[in-house]
Design a protein around this ligand. Sequence first.
Ligand code: NAI
Ligand code: MG
Length: 365
Amino acid sequence: ANPSILILAGDGIGPEVMSEVKKIISWFGDNRGLHFDLSEDLVGGCAYDAHGTPLHDDTMAKAQEVDAVLLGAVGGPKYDALDFSLKPERGLLRLRKEMDLFSNLRPAQCFDALADFSSLKKDIVAGLDIMIVRELTSGVYFGEPRGIHTEGNERVGINTQRYTESEIARVARSAFELARKRGNKVCSMEKANVMESGILWRDVVTEIHAKEYPDVELSHMYADNGAMQLVRNPKQFDVIVTDNLFGDLLSDAAAMLTGSLGMLPSASLGAPMANGRPKALYEPVHGSAPDIAGQGKANPIACILSFAMALRYSFDLGTEADQLEAAVEKVLADGLRTGDLMGPDGGTPVSTSEMGDAIIAALAA
Ligand code: NAI
Ligand code: MG
């Protein structure tokens, strides 16, 4: 049977960038004989509109069965007033939680053609290639107790940072495994100076390292210093492993090293399924970008590079992933730019679909 992919394009620019990925999937089918069983469904605001819930149970069940889920983005101002449990983001959080996708891989790679466009000086980012591994299913976004209560005459908002030893151990292992395939260096970030969960995090990472990965170079850094170091000298890092909250912030900071949120892919991996493939969801880091939705302005590259990660991590198609990444590099070197990539040096402005078409032309060449 062909490998199966569930496409959840979502809201805003999600469907716009996903349609470029669908063109690329068709191209691989027509030209390379790589066929996938594709299905499509709703997530986020569009699922709420159709079903009154941001993720229907049937969709959840499908996501559990396929080899990989490709997601666009969810959310939009239309849904801002909804109850917390009905918000589009809850659909995404449910997918991550029920698929148990505990390891979120966010590469920050600087394409040469965009080095001038980074928020930082060219020599600081040129050739940058780091990977942030963010714990994704636990921590303060999920911890109990949570809620808004009234104490005396005022309201109090409560969230709880909670990590178990095994939750820390499994994400640490995924970071060490990844490091062995890259620069063999892991920097673990927490705030052991002020947080109990940070003390445990540092202890467990240190233990796993000593027992199972002594060949990998391990360092520790407080996450606030880590944010500073990412901007001061990002090339000192190879793999960074950190918790859910810090990983959210640090990976957004890393986004600006590379130029645009519109360039950044991600993979979220869980435990291996019966066929040996990890449970997996691939999605761009960016959101639904309501400010540019429906205008053909969205950069599809983050979503396309997310599909490249799917080729590499779910389907063992590393060669095809390399080719797709090279095609992206080529169109950038040729000066093609969606609006978010328009620097002072100009370039050739292109729409979402023109960018997708150019990448396919580069693949074919
Ligand atoms: P956002 O990532 O949607 O947009 C931030 C800025 O980056 C905007 O100016 C947008 O135009 C630009 N941008 C983002 N992706 C782009 C692309 N591919 N091409 C060109 N420009 C791009 O974040 P924001 O504005 O904070 O949130 C908008 C909505 O998206 C909210 O409803 C939020 O909850 C949701 N969201 C969803 C996420 C997801 O689905 N994983 C992640 C982050 C936000
Ligand atoms: Mg974020």
